[in-house]
Write a protein that binds this ligand. Structure first.
Ligand SMILES: [Zn+2]
Length: 468
């Protein structure tokens, strides 16, 4: 007898999924309206199930044993802080020790009960990419998390949503596609990144099709803005209702610049490859945490919880992911959470404050902590640049005299721009905005492209420390 094929379309109890993780518009009167106590109970019940899943995985069982935690004593929310955290390095070592997927995910010999699966990767910028398996629930809930955000920002059935992310091993493009196609009744315009469809063509599609919304990184929206300016394309003539983006460490400058250029509101969202879309911003400007799918803890450097509204590094627990389980995953992003409150949009949830940066990308320059991404606002605020920059980090001197240096290479808008005058101004403004002295080099338009790339994640740091 042939072994049965696990069809995707019959692998999920769809009405149950919709009830458990309500997509829009039902979210607003279900999960998005639960009382504090009802939400606590829901989280408690989901967390207990995830703890039971984790206890069966060698990855967690070994860590808990080493930390002196008995799985039988771990029952719910109150015990969560007793469990050890782990970070992406540990996922990578787990992959190396038990290739290819690691001890936190089922090996192919154990796949019979969990198929169909999809493989995605993340974190290719430093070290080996992390391989992550997604079961249908993980894929669809990620779509639902994103659809809640898109809907709150104005997406409606029939809207064309342009997605300049390549549906590759990276996750974002798929998550946007699932959100628009499966959970919004929208029409996904899957143009792929600039590598697949050039920026000029992306703009042409938007004009021809009447794109209503974009799902795009702020960096790429900045590049589209610069290209539009260069070719004399009128962004205000487009039918853009909103831009769904990831603004990262922005003090409002990037948002304003994009919003003015596109004549549409720009919304900041926050997500992770492993746990999905953690928070989305509504039209009232609140970043709502998808509390029925994730618990966000904020800890100080010693692993202790910080008070509400205080920044620390975020530790995530996924409530819907079984393949694999993510219990107390230290994502190493600096974030802060505000307590639950009813928003003007009607949703009741915990609220996320803007991301300050990745702990890993922080550079200590003569005693000052700097996030290279903070250069974005200074560079893009000056019309003599085209917004493109690259932070080159290196060591100078040797022995005790060795110092960390950062040089910001900035593209001038055209070769007509006076490079010396621009450099002088940028030196002064970056020193003031970053709080530390950095060097500046002005380069010609397009010169940084070989380093920054054409992908959806534009590289802004060139780290020469390991080479030296
Ligand atoms: Zn709201």
């Amino acid at each position: 007898m042939n072994s049965p094929i696990p069809y995707y379309l019959t692998s999920v109890d769809w009405p149950r999924l919709i009830q458990d993780y309500p997509p829009p518009p039902h979210y607003a009167e279900t999960s998005g309206a639960l009382s504090d106590e009802a939400m606590r109970q829901l989280q408690e019940q989901r967390l207990r199930a995830r703890i039971a899943d984790a206890a069966r995985l060698p990855f967690y069982a070994e860590r808990w044993r080493a930390a002196g935690v008995d799985a039988a004593d771990v029952r719910g929310l109150e015990d969560l802080p007793h469990l050890p955290t782990f970070d992406s390095d540990e996922l990578r070592s787990s992959q190396e020790a038990r290739p290819p997927y690691g001890a936190h995910q089922p090996s192919p010999a154990e796949w019979d009960d969990v198929l169909p699966l999809k493989l995605q990767t993340s974190g290719g910028t430093t070290g080996a990419p992390r391989l992550t398996l997604f079961d249908p629930v993980a894929l669809e809930v990620q779509g639902i998390q994103t659809a809640r955000g898109l809907y709150a920002q104005g997406a409606r059935p029939g809207d064309l949503i342009q997605i300049p992310f390549t549906a590759s091993l990276a996750n974002a493009g798929w998550s946007a596609y699932n959100a628009v196609h499966h959970w919004l009744g929208g029409v996904p315009v899957t143009t792929g990144s600039g590598n697949v469809t050039s920026s000029e063509k992306q703009l042409e599609y938007a004009r021809t099709l009447g794109t209503a919304g974009w799902y795009a990184n702020a960096d790429y929206l900045g590049r589209l803005t610069a290209v539009a300016q260069d070719i004399g394309f009128d962004l205000h003539a487009l039918r853009t209702k909103f831009l769904f983006s990831f603004l990262g460490a922005d003090d409002g400058t990037v948002r304003r610049a994009l919003s003015d250029a596109w004549n549409a509101p720009v919304y900041d969202n926050y997500g992770s490859h492993e746990v999905g879309l953690i928070a989305w911003e509504c039209q009232a400007g609140t970043r709502h945490i998808n509390e029925d799918t994730v618990i966000v803890e904020i800890l100080d450097e010693d692993g202790r919880p910080v008070p509400d509204g205080t920044y620390g590094h975020a530790v995530l627990t996924s409530l819907h992911r079984k393949i694999p389980v993510y219990l107390r995953y230290d994502i190493r992003d600096r974030l802060a959470v505000l307590p639950r409150a009813r928003c003007a949009c009607g949703v009741l949830s915990k609220r996320l404050l803007p991301m300050q940066g990745r702990v890993d990308q922080m550079i200590k320059l003569r005693g000052t902590n700097i996030y290279p991404s903070s250069c974005h606002r200074t560079v893009s605020a000056d019309p003599r640049t085209n917004g493109e920059y690259l932070c080159v980090v290196s060591h100078s001197g040797a022995g005790l005299a060795r110092r960390l240096e950062m040089c910001v290479r900035i593209e001038r808008r055209s070769t007509q721009v006076d490079a010396d005058a621009l450099r002088t101004d940028m030196l002064r403004r970056l020193a003031s905005d970053l709080g530390a002295k950095v060097d500046v080099e002005i380069v010609d338009p397009g010169a940084l492209r070989p380093h920054t790339g054409e992908g959806e994640k534009i590289r802004r740091v060139l780290d020469l420390r390991k080479a030296g």
